[in-house]
Design a protein around this ligand. Structure first.
Ligand SMILES: [Zn+2]
Length: 190
């Protein structure tokens, strides 16, 4: 896979101030400890547009549906819903890193697509739908990862006991807001 140089980065949704769960928070859902959060959750209503943070190549885009009981009343499994992962390359460090967008109600890109900064990736999924992964809150999960990528979905939480593929190593996950802010020194044009 040829990686595309990514000169600049932007934020994936317009309003970036409503962070409902921060990076590294220990979260409990369904009375279970899920572990450390490997990204941030940005609250935004369903159908809010989600944009690529930078030029790159889509390396993963699939639906991992949430599951409900037959009567639709009970959540059986929470999941990613629609998830898309884009590979980028830092022109200064030559390092490849990935942006992760979870709980998308619709995905407008597929694996292998190239995309520019600000390109439309999808929209945020509706509350308690398969496509948002059966979560109550409408939000984008957004992460930045610079570890090895095995062409599989990446995790949203650090769970030590299930760390089979080395993708949840905490050192590979970056706090997304400061990562984007630090990426763009003023007047950088390539
Ligand atoms: Zn999240």
């Amino acid at each position: 896979m040829a990686y595309r140089i990514t000169p600049n980065l932007m934020f994936p949704v317009g309003n970036f101030k409503n962070i409902s769960s921060g990076f590294g928070e220990m979260n409990v859902y369904d009375k279970q400890l899920w572990g450390k959060h490997l990204g941030i959750d940005i609250s935004a209503p369903a159908e809010t547009k989600v944009f690529s943070i930078g030029r790159g190549t889509v390396v993963y885009s699939k639906l991992h549906p949430g599951e409900f009981s037959e009567d639709g009343e009970t959540i059986i499994k929470r999941n990613w819903g629609g998830i898309t992962i884009i590979a980028h390359k830092d022109p200064k460090t030559k390092k490849v890193f990935y942006s992760v967008y979870g709980h998308l109600g619709k995905r407008y890109v597929k694996k292998g697509d190239t995309i520019e900064m600000g390109g439309l990736i999808g929209i945020i999924g509706k509350s308690l739908s398969e496509s948002n992964g059966a979560w109550e809150e409408e939000h984008l999960h957004f992460g930045i990862y610079d570890g090895p990528f095995h062409a599989r979905v990446l995790p949203g939480y650090f769970k030590e006991q299930s760390d089979k593929e080395n993708t949840t190593e905490l050192e590979y996950w970056k706090e997304p807001v400061s990562f984007i802010k630090n990426y763009n020194p003023k007047n950088t044009q390539i």
